[in-house]
Design a protein around this ligand. Structure first.
Ligand SMILES: [Ca+2]
Length: 118
């Protein structure tokens, strides 16, 4: 996981921080991404198991169990829309998407994942 230092060029950050916000455990929840100091969410349009697999890998879990919309809406920016991971990326930042902050979504569509907890 990358800790971004405010004074460092963004290119020096290999990956943004990702967290899961939910109530059932650390291995599942709404996907939130930290960019430029602001936690934001991911639109579920195009959200699938390949994308979920990358999030789970980035967080240190072996695999993804589900890609879903089940954890309520977050707040702040919607950073990603139409995420298109192949499934082999090391972090979500390496996946194609519409563009940072570019979306046609609202927070009711925020994407979540369940990662294998074993
Ligand atoms: Ca996708």
């Amino acid at each position: 996981m990358c800790i971004c230092i405010a004074s460092a060029p963004a290119a020096h950050c290999s990956g943004e921080e990702v967290r899961l916000v939910g109530e059932s455990g650390p291995h599942e929840g709404r996907v939130e991404v930290l960019h430029n100091g602001a936690w934001g969410t991911v639109c579920s349009f195009g959200w699938d198991m390949q994308d979920a697999a990358v999030v789970c890998r980035q967080l240190g879990y072996g695999r993804a169990v589900a890609a879903l919309v089940a954890y309520g809406g977050g707040s702040g920016p919607i950073w990603y829309d139409n995420v298109r991971c192949s499934g082999s990326e090391a972090s979500l930042t390496q996946c194609a998407h519409r563009g940072l902050g570019v979306h046609s979504c609202d927070h009711s569509e925020d994407a979540g994942v369940i990662c294998a907890s074993e």
